[in-house]
Design a protein around this ligand. Sequence first.
Ligand code: 2AL
Length: 242
Amino acid sequence: MRIRVINPNTTRAMTDMIEQCARAVAGAGTLLDAVTSELGPASIESHYDEALSVPGVLAQIRRGEADGVDGYVLACFGDPGLDAARELARGPVIGIAEAAMRTAGHLGRGFSVVTTLNRTTGRAADLAERYGVQRFCRGIHACEIPVLALHTDPDARKVITEACRNAVEADGSDAIVLGCAGMADLCDHVGAELGVPVIDGVAAATLTVQSLITLGLRKSGRGEFAPPPLKPYTGALRSFGS
Ligand code: 2AL
């Protein structure tokens, strides 16, 4: 099977790290690659960034469909463009917030999310509600490290680990959800330090997509997620139309 991980931001170094984390869990028979959006912001940490990342995600889904990809991981914690991506794809499309929060629900009574900037916590809260896991989500916390500083700030690992430790204590949580794809490579370290399950959405979403494809399950093409009606699009979005 072919799984494609889409990094909705345009930072290639982040895609490389995400690809390694996804490959580390994918099965031997899975052909997995990761692609970087070619249209949009370098990182996604505002509603503005998120809105402008969506055309780049959809362009990658269109390319993936032409390449015969069986399923996709959207590797940004805001799950940007998830519904629209599902309209375009034949196979499953899973967002990392969706996969991580649903996985956390299997592992204990309550989880905490630790994300990047405080301004992204509202989106995470909206997603918890959307995915029906609000009652398991005990708190959403920010480490106040911007996405692109996650791998340049020498204190990032320590700050994130301590933010996770404090979240478990403050919320009485059983598990931690890492709230950014850029934190994927910290998952094992934070888990070992805290002694509670720590969920990286990149790994969780990769295995969710792989499981669905193994089960022979594809996106439902009936109703809401059927391919969108063709029509002309204008201006910079011309190539997205018929
Ligand atoms: C993210 C993420 O996963 N990728 C990105 O660019 N921004 N999420 C976040 N909470 O900042």
